[in-house]
Design a protein around this ligand. Structure first.
Ligand code: PGA
Length: 252
């Protein structure tokens, strides 16, 4: 079985609504690739205008976060049904920046994953080790723990549709991309872990991205690895370069 690639931009806290529409218009003609699903994960306030701007294209819109409660007195938070009603289909959960600056834990990640699935949103579940953990030789153990907790009470059918983004923290925004071997090793270990939690068919179906300083020049080799099904792209998703990344298999 061959998995369709999925290439997602993570715009982070960039782009006002006006700028977001202009960027979406710039990228629209550049990101057609029938071999890949293309997602723009945008700030909450940009969702509605970007959904409008990409109507009729292959581009799907994602959010960068959601809250795990259904609704109510949670000032400043955004619910899953707000996202789906606005036309969102994916949501990034547990990005390392949210874990570091906003105290997200494996447990809150799990609650958010369950809430996303309950509403038919596809989670892009982030995991990754720090440089210290890599140097200590505990990368795989650490990531297996993140994955096991993130998938608690997630059904096999749900897990098959999930996206996992492996993002070594030391590679995010640093220009220091992991080597192809490092990225493939961890993505393969994640797939094995999913196989242990569920079964071989689920491991085969789930899509695993690499993220961390992905560029137009590193994407072709990374995305050609057997266990890497695309990328979660930060900095380079804000530029025309994103079109070259999406077309990683065309411009070699
Ligand atoms: P980067 O960010 O591509 O700028 O390293 C990736 C991410 O944080 O998702």
């Amino acid at each position: 079985m061959s998995r369709k690639k999925i290439i997602a931009g993570n715009w982070k806290m960039n782009m006002t609504p006006t700028e977001a529409v202009a960027l979406a218009e710039t990228l629209k003609p550049l990101v057609g690739n029938e071999d890949a699903d293309v997602v723009f994960c945008v700030p909450a306030i940009d969702i509605i205008p970007v959904v409008e701007a990409v109507k009729g294209t292959n581009i799907k819109v994602g959010a960068e976060n959601l809250y795990f409660e259904e609704k109510g007195a949670y000032t400043g938070e955004i619910s899953a049904s707000m996202l789906t009603d606005a036309g969102v289909s994916y949501v990034i959960i547990g990005h390392s920046e949210r874990r570091e600056y906003f105290a997200e834990t494996d447990e809150t990640v799990n609650k958010k994953v369950l809430k996303a699935f309950e509403h038919g949103l596809t989670p892009i579940i982030c995991c990754g080790e720090s440089l210290k953990q890599r140097e200590q030789g505990i990368t795989i153990d650490w990531i297996r723990q993140q994955i096991k907790i993130a998938f608690l009470n997630v059904t096999e059918e749900q897990a098959k549709t999930a996206v996992i983004a492996y993002e070594p923290i030391w590679a995010i925004g640093t220009g220091k991309v992991a080597t192809t071997e490092q990225a493939e090793e961890v993505c393969a270990a994640i797939r094995q872990c999913i196989g242990e939690i569920y079964d071989g068919a689920t491991a085969e179906a789930i899509r695993i991205q690499y993220g961390g300083s992905v560029s137009a020049s590193s994407a072709p080799e990374l995305f050609a690895q057997p266990d890497i099904d695309g990328g979660l792209v930060g900095g380079a998703s804000l530029k025309a370069d994103f079109g070259r990344i999406v077309n990683y298999n065309r411009n070699a």
